[in-house]
Design a protein around this ligand. Structure first.
Ligand code: GUN
Length: 284
């Protein structure tokens, strides 16, 4: 029997825990705050930001969305980030990616105070992650949410073989670091490898984040593998679908996350969790 990993239910459970923590903080007069900055009107980004804002409000997190025009300059955006760095009511700052072409995204992420870097994109935080350093620090929300999904299966992960398809800074690279830190044996591959499938078939844990609809077919998956689909693609019918051919792969995999209803809800729930983490850590 294949386990369908229910990201919606896991996100509900995680959000309930986050809400309980917000309630405990409120008893001490502390309200976690999240500032989301969006530049321009990319339609997908606007939907993501609206969903984050709505969820934060539901959980009692103080949420500010700062919408800036597509013509915003680097200096103007840096000034907005600096203001939130200095604002004690804001514990987490997120600059929605992608940014318009005139802006240097890396320089903007680097300007966010590491202790307010709710995305975990700052080199101080990625350095801690890749060094597997002890202590508290934020980690990119999608791979962190995937670790929560994997732990929910209550299977030992140490010693398993993981293959990560995709090497982005938001998903693939931090995912590989988290899996390595959890004692899996990790291979990272990407679209420049013409023989990706030779690797995916070895995976006990397969994480696919390529943006190519239905790239992974049944024959690319080891029987019994755990398959996590990070894709948010449009199928030929215009509907949201994943990087994994779910209908075929579900008969081979031991556990599989669907799209929609898998990784997506967990990313937002993890963002809320980390906003409260940053608030609590700032008190220590
Ligand atoms: N765009 C797509 N995913 C993300 C994310 O996790 N964080 C930010 N800041 N932008 C994104």
């Amino acid at each position: 029997m294949t386990t369908i990993i229910d990201g919606k239910q896991l996100a509900r459970d995680l959000n309930a825990q986050t809400q309980a923590r917000v309630t405990r903080l409120a008893q001490r007069g502390v309200v976690p705050g999240l500032a989301v900055i969006i530049v321009g009107a990319d339609p997908a980004s606007s939907i993501y930001v609206r969903n984050k804002h709505r969820k934060a409000g539901q959980l009692g997190i103080h949420s500010v969305v700062r919408e800036l025009p597509a013509t915003t300059t680097q200096a103007e955006l840096l000034a907005v980030v600096a203001a939130y760095n200095a604002d004690p009511t804001v514990h987490g700052i997120l600059v929605q990616s992608p940014l318009p072409a005139q802006l240097d995204e890396r320089a903007i992420f680097n300007a966010i105070a590491p202790i307010k870097d709710v995305d975990g994109f700052h080199p101080v935080n990625t350095g801690k992650l890749f060094g597997n350093l002890p202590g508290h620090y934020p980690v990119s929300c999608t791979p962190q949410g995937i670790m929560t999904m994997l732990h929910s299966l209550h299977q030992p992960l140490a010693g398993k073989r993981a293959v990560v398809v995709g090497r982005s800074n938001i998903v693939g690279r931090p995912m590989a670091a988290l899996l390595l830190n959890a004692d899996l044996s990790v291979t990272v591959t990407h679209r420049h490898d013409p023989q990706i499938r030779d690797l995916t078939t070895l995976a006990d844990v397969l994480v696919v984040a390529t943006g190519v609809a239905h790239l992974i077919k049944a024959e690319d998956v080891k029987p019994g593998a755990i398959v996590i689909d990070v894709g948010m693609d449009r199928g030929a019918d215009g509907k949201l679908t994943g990087d994994v051919d779910f209908d075929a792969v579900k008969d081979v995999a031991g556990a599989i996350s669907p799209v929609p209803g898998g990784v997506g809800p967990m990313t937002i729930a993890t963002l809320m969790q980390q906003t409260v983490d940053l608030c609590e850590w700032s008190e220590q």
